[in-house]
Design a protein. Structure first.
Lengths: 364, 390
């Protein structure tokens, strides 16, 4: 027995009256902006929907609906990643938390061989945050997303009482599609392969360290925060035999090299004199007793490529703005197994190990 | 980097190494056994490993890694005392970065911070004084550590605090002095040291005269050395030349920084604020007479030990630790029973694994390449050598 569903009565807006986009007039975030009412609606409308400005987000449904056909046209596997951003200070030379939140997630997708397409943006705001600060961060996210060719299509906003979070935290998740047939995998690395990086190492870590301003050192060091998907497109097109890629974020290039060494069980042998490190960054590290190889980057990748493709790969990287200073930093050897070894500038050799905790400045 | 790279020039290093190899052949001791040279300072230990100097020098030269890492030799009881201060309500506890991870008997400052203590990392005691000025409602305690290198800055900060009448600032003083400890090591009967690399930064403050007894009384040559690889190689060359010529003197390689007379204003500030303790406990070495300083009565208001009740805990080093034997050059880090097993940089048992300047941590982090050993196999009591410069 079937019963025809009766149409439910619906409250209908009078003809010709469209919902107007909310305007946020407050200067500071209050708990009411997370309360689910009009204040929250105004915040989302004005700051986020207005900022990111795309049809998928503007529908303000609880989810972004992405046609599968659109994804399938880009490759044969989905790449899905998430990352949270809690940097202090929010703004520092060269970038800010917004650019970081977009580029970091874009890069996490891209180094897996995926074309990054869609991002989410969840923010946790501390009560009392200036709205102007939030707007500035969202503008920066928007610019970074446009530069990387991705769209922020869904999001969430929470406000927590003063003291429960530090100003502003962002989480972005990202979806990308991996090119058909491409398999980037550090366990595929072979002895004889060549190790490349796309430019100067340690700038981001040094810039943030310096911006925390307890050092009172003057320098022009700026974060290298940038999206790497364009560079990776160029690289993979020129050299499809690339073994693996990874962005050298927290823990720096040293950590990525160690991860590769563990995965392939071989020796990643690098040359200290080949490492591209800015004089100012070296100086900062010298003063603090830090090692620039462990400093974070936000726009640098380590690539391992077969020896016969190394020149092509390097030339391709250098042809792209994000890889202009790309260099070869070393090669893969059979022994000692699962170890990163550095030939020092001085002529000796030493192990470059995983960092134990965080790097702490030395006493004297 | 200007003024730094000059001291890391591989061509000059090669030339120096050739001269050193030639000298080794002239030294009588080297025909019987390896020459043992103690680098007193943790900064030297760090450089030796960072630049792979051990792999470059001839086999006839062995380094004995001395007690000169102030973070390493801090006894557990003092760390626990510091933790009591840090967990005192209303206290902001300020410290140099590498003291954060030093394990006390139950936890480290880093763990205390995670549990809610207000522990802040500073780059100098003046930063701590700044925090005191900015937080008049709080008590700010500075965890003062180090040899004569850092003693003057603590003394100057206390003098400034007194001048500016800052009432909420005090110092938990753990400063130590290197000379009595060198003497204690020299008095040890098992000792076979042939010479010393003197600590460059300590000497910048105290000058070179305090080391003369090492030559006069113990007949061991000493060269005050800088910290760049060429500094260290040149110092070794100077030491070998003394041995080859049968001389025994205090020489100063680090002239660009160290004046033979030391730094008078710094010494006066230290003299004004500090006095010798009867004895001080060293992790790995035990109690050594007159090896630490405390704050004088005139500055008692700035002495955290008098301002707060500090339990003065005495905690014995773990029995399995052989740090003392490593410090005296009797065994190499790798020959210690717990090295790389129970004692690693993640879970340091002994003093020498605690800071990156400790000999064991340096062995663990940097060495092992020449052994051709893989990860996890570094506890072999073997010793690899002789990898020429390429």
């Amino acid at each position: 027995m079937s019963v025809d569903a009766k149409p439910q009565p619906q409250a209908v807006r009078p003809e010709g009256v469209r919902r107007r986009r909310g305007r946020l007039r407050d200067t500071r975030i209050t708990l009411s902006h997370g309360g689910g009412g009009k204040a929250m609606r105004d915040l989302i409308d004005d700051v986020f929907v207005g900022g990111f400005d795309n049809a998928l987000l503007a529908s303000l449904d609880d989810q972004a609906r992405i046609p599968l056909a659109e994804l399938a046209a880009c490759g044969d596997r989905l790449a899905f990643t998430t990352d949270s951003y809690v940097v202090d200070p929010l703004f520092f030379p060269g970038a800010d938390i917004g650019a970081l939140a977009v580029n970091g997630t874009v890069n996490d997708l891209a180094v897996g061989g995926a074309r990054p397409l869609f991002l989410s943006c969840s923010v946790i705001l501390e009560e009392g945050l200036e709205v102007a600060t939030l707007r500035r961060v969202v503008r920066s996210m928007e610019a970074a997303a446009a530069a990387a060719g991705v769209a922020v299509v869904t999001g969430d906003t929470k406000v927590v009482p003063r003291g429960s979070a530090d100003k502003l935290f962002i989480n972005t998740a990202g979806i990308g599609v991996i090119r058909a047939g491409l398999e980037l995998d550090p366990s595929a690395v072979r002895a004889g392969d060549v190790i490349l990086v796309n430019g100067l190492l340690g700038d981001h870590g040094a810039a943030v360290l310096n911006a925390r301003c307890d050092l009172a050192l003057q320098s022009d060091i700026a974060s290298d925060c940038q999206a790497l998907n364009g560079l990776i497109d160029t690289l993979l097109e020129a050299c499809p035999a690339v073994r693996c890629l990874r962005d050298a974020t927290r823990g720096g290039a040293a950590t990525v090299l160690n991860e590769f060494a563990l995965a392939c069980g071989l020796c990643l042998h690098i040359e200290e004199k080949a490492l591209p490190i800015r004089e100012e960054v070296k100086g900062l590290c010298e003063i603090l007793g830090l090692d620039p190889l462990y400093l974070a980057n936000e726009g640098k990748l380590v690539a391992v490529v077969p020896a016969d493709g190394a020149d092509t790969a390097l030339a391709a990287m250098r042809s792209h703005p994000a890889g202009r200073e790309a260099v070869r930093i070393g090669a893969v050897r059979a022994t000692p197994p699962a170890t990163v070894v550095m030939a020092t500038f001085f002529g000796g050799e030493r192990i470059v190990d995983m960092l134990v905790g965080e790097q702490l400045p030395r006493i004297c | 980097m200007k003024y730094v790279d000059e001291f890391r020039d591989p061509d000059k290093a090669r030339a120096l190494l050739r001269v050193i190899e030639g000298l080794v052949a002239d030294i009588e001791i080297c025909r019987r056994r390896p020459l043992q040279i103690m680098e007193v300072c943790g900064g030297h230990t760090h450089s030796i490993f960072k630049y792979g100097l051990e792999t470059l020098l001839p086999e006839a030269i062995e380094f004995v890694h001395g007690p000169g890492c102030p973070v390493c030799v801090l006894p557990m009881g003092r760390v626990d005392d510091g933790l009591v201060l840090a967990e005192h309500p209303g206290v902001i506890f300020t410290t140099f970065g590498d003291a954060m991870r030093v394990p006390g008997s139950k936890k480290s400052l880093l763990q205390a911070k995670a549990e809610g203590a207000d522990v802040r990392m500073v780059y100098s005691p003046l930063d701590a004084l700044g925090i005191a000025k900015a937080n008049p409602g709080k008590e700010v305690v500075f965890f003062a550590l180090g040899f004569e290198t850092t003693m003057p800055s603590t003394a100057m900060t206390i003098l400034q605090a007194k001048r500016e009448r800052i009432a909420n600032f005090s110092v938990f003083c753990n400063h130590i002095t290197i000379i009595p400890t060198i003497r204690a090591i020299l008095d040890s009967p098992e000792l076979t040291l042939d010479g010393f690399l003197g600590p460059g930064h300590v000497s910048m403050v105290i000058g070179t005269a305090p080391y003369r007894f090492i030559c006069h009384h113990y007949r061991k040559p000493l060269v005050v050395a800088g910290f760049e690889p060429l500094d260290i190689l040149q110092s070794i060359w100077m030491l070998l030349r003394q041995l080859a010529e049968g001389r025994c003197e205090v020489e100063n390689q680090y002239r660009r920084v160290v004046a033979d007379t030391g730094n008078d204003p710094a010494l006066r500030a230290v003299q004004e604020v500090f006095e010798l303790r009867e004895f001080f406990e060293w992790r790995g070495l035990g109690s050594i007479d007159h090896s630490g300083v405390r704050i004088r009565d005139a500055y008692a208001a700035f002495d955290a030990e008098r301002r707060f009740s500090v339990p003065n805990l005495e905690i014995a080093d773990p029995k399995s630790c052989q740090c003392g034997e490593v410090l005296k050059g009797m065994i190499k880090p790798r020959q210690c029973k717990v090295f790389g097993r129970a004692c690693t940089p993640e879970t340091p048992l002994g003093a020498l694994m605690v800071s990156s300047e400790g000999a064991c941590a340096a062995y663990y982090n940097y060495a092992g390449v020449q052994l051709g050993k893989a990860r996890g196999q570094r506890s072999e009591p073997a010793r690899g050598r002789a990898r020429g410069m390429s």
